[in-house]
Each structure stands twice: as C-alpha cells, then as structure tokens.
Design a protein around this ligand. Structure first.
Ligand code: NAP
Length: 284
C-alpha cells in the first residue's frame, strides 16, 4: 500500500470513478465536492471527506482536481476556503480537468511562488475508461514532479505521457476534443442521412462497427443512439466549452467552426445530456 496521501476535488461523472480507482489501488484518499450528496459511493469504499478544498491541504501530499472549467479552477484555488487559503508548500497539485492552457499557466506560477508544483494532466476517455483505469493522460509541467506522481496517474490511466511545459497537456486535450466534436457531429449526420434514405439505424451501425472506420467511439455512441439513451457520460455543454477554448487558442478551421455552431445551438435544449444528443439537434 502506498503511503502517499491524496486529496481529491471534484466528484462528477469522471471524478467518482477516477478517485475510486485510487482507493481500490490502496491509496488513502480524502474527497471534497462542492455539492454534498456525491461522496456516498466513495465513502462506502473507504474515502474520507473534507468540507473545503483548504481542509484537504495539510493532511495530503498530492491534490488532484477534476472539475468542470476555468471558473471552477479559479474558485478552488483562489476562492474562500480555497487551496491558496493555506500553506501549500511541498504539495503536488494535479489538475486533470479540461481547461485553458492560460489558467494552468496562471495557477502554475502562483503554485511555484507558494512552493508547490502544478501539473496539467487532462484525460482522454470517458466514464467507461475511468471505471477501468484505461484513460490516456497527457501532462504538462515540471518533469521531476511528473515522475513523482506518475505511479498515481498510472492507476487511473493505461498511459501517462508528459508533453512539455505547463499547458501542453491542455493544448493536446483541446486538439483531441476538437476531433471528438467532429466525430460526434459526423456520426449523427451519417445516421440521419442513412435513415432519410430508408436504412435503419441499427443496420447501419452494424456495418460501421464491423468496417474499417469502426472504433470505440462509434460502438459506444452507436449503442446510445439505438437505445435512445442520452444519459451524460460527457455532457454536451462540456464540448461547447472545449471548442471555445480551442477557438481561443487559434482553432478556426471550417469543420471546427461548423461543429461549434452546431453544439452551441444544441446547448439550450440538450446541454445536460450526453454529447451524442446532438443527433436530435441535427435532425431538427
Ligand atoms: P461533471 O460531471 O459535470 O462534474 C463537474 C464537477 O465540477 C462536479 O464535481 C462539480 O461540482 C464541480 N464544479 C463545477 N463548478 C465548480 C465550482 N465553481 N467550484 C467547485 N466545483 C465545481 O463533469 P465531468 O464529466 O466529471 O468532467 C470533469 C472534467 O473532465 C471537465 O473539464 C470535462 O471537460 C473533462 N472530461 C470529461 C470527460 C467525460 O467523458 N465526462 C472525459 C474527459 C474529460 P458539483 O457536483 O457541486 O456540481
């Protein structure tokens, strides 16, 4: 059993299974979540609970964040009872959320001033991969800090790779999610086109999933379309956030612009549903 103690912030769709993997691997994990109903499942498998991010700091060596967006990061670091309300020296702070490289650079600088290390370490993969420790983790920041926490990351992911300085993990993640957006809209448009021409969804997906363009994504999201199941693994509102973050750092290709328009138009109705709910928007 590892003696490294971990403080975990953010128990959303991803945070719960990711923190669960660490507990199952034998780490002592204390969790914090803004709303207070989400710790139950982790408490049952041994997690302790903290009332504020600040309360997590002194008892833990490594602090991991898995929350929505830049605003949440700002709140958790600089807000009332945030991480920077107390002495963070000597801690390694790993931000696994999909956020901007700019906020990572800001928090990394502040962390360094206070004697802590900050790594951006966003993940590729969704709830299924989180539940089985099969995420792909891309890291920016100090190499020594990365090597120190790599064994922890490898409990959550099948690979953890350092790409370079602070923010490089975030940039890689935004690139990957722009492809995710294109895949999602592409799959939705393809299914609708086939339906309009008289081909059943299930028959089409059976062909796609046995052909050369099959992948885990077409299988999982194809099953969701067939089952009319839009329960969020990755909420549609988050891909809008990610496409906007990518746009802010220079992504302006025709496909990316189209995808952003489509997903933005879908947000009001389907923002809390899974991103494949965009098929309902595309269908009109
Ligand atoms: P989620 O289910 O929407 O959960 C979001 C978490 O962030 C919740 O714990 C929420 O707390 C917390 N949060 C939001 N605003 C906050 C604030 N101002 N202060 C404190 N906590 C705040 O999101 P998720 O699907 O787990 O995703 C988390 C991150 O991973 C996102 O950046 C997402 O883009 C990325 N990601 C997701 C997936 C996926 O498939 N789901 C895959 C890869 C990466 P409450 O419970 O109080 O709302």
């Amino acid at each position: 059993m590892s003696t490294t103690k971990i403080g975990w912030i953010g128990l959303g769709n991803m945070g719960i299974p990711m923190a669960g993997q660490l507990i199952k691997a034998g780490y002592q994990v204390t969790v914090y979540n803004r709303s207070k109903d989400k710790e139950t499942a982790l408490k049952e498998i041994g997690a302790m609970v903290a009332e504020t991010p600040e309360n997590l700091v002194s008892q833990n060596d490594v602090l991991v964040l898995m929350v929505s967006d830049d605003a949440a990061i700002e709140q958790i670091f600089n807000g009332a009872n945030g991480l920077f309300s107390t002495d963070v020296s000597g801690k390694v702070i790993i931000n696994m959320s999909t956020v901007s490289p700019a906020i990572s650079k800001e928090m990394a600088t502040l962390s360094k001033e206070k004697g802590a290390q900050y790594l951006d370490a966003p993940v590729s993969g969704s709830v299924k991969q989180a539940e089985t420790g099969q995420l792909v983790i891309m890291v920016g920041g100090d190499e020594t800090a990365f090597e120190q926490v790599k064994p922890i990351l490898e409990k959550m992911g099948k690979m953890a790779v350092r790409l370079g300085d602070t923010g490089s993990g975030n940039v890689a993640k935004l690139a990957i999610n722009s492809l995710l957006a294109l895949y999602t809209q592409g799959l939705a448009e393809t299914v609708i086109f086939a339906n309009q021409q008289g081909i059943e969804t299930e028959a089409l997906l059976n062909l796609i999933n046995n052909g050369a363009i099959a992948n885990v994504f077409t299988k999982i999201k194809g099953d969701a379309i067939v089952a009319d199941n839009y329960k969020p693994a990755f909420a549609l509102k988050h891909i809008v956030k990610d496409l906007n973050l990518a746009k802010n750092i220079g992504l302006g290709s025709p496909l990316a612009k189209t995808a952003l328009n489509t997903f933005e138009a879908a947000t009001a109705k389907y923002g809390e549903e899974d991103l494949i709910a965009v098929i309902k928007q595309v269908k009109g």
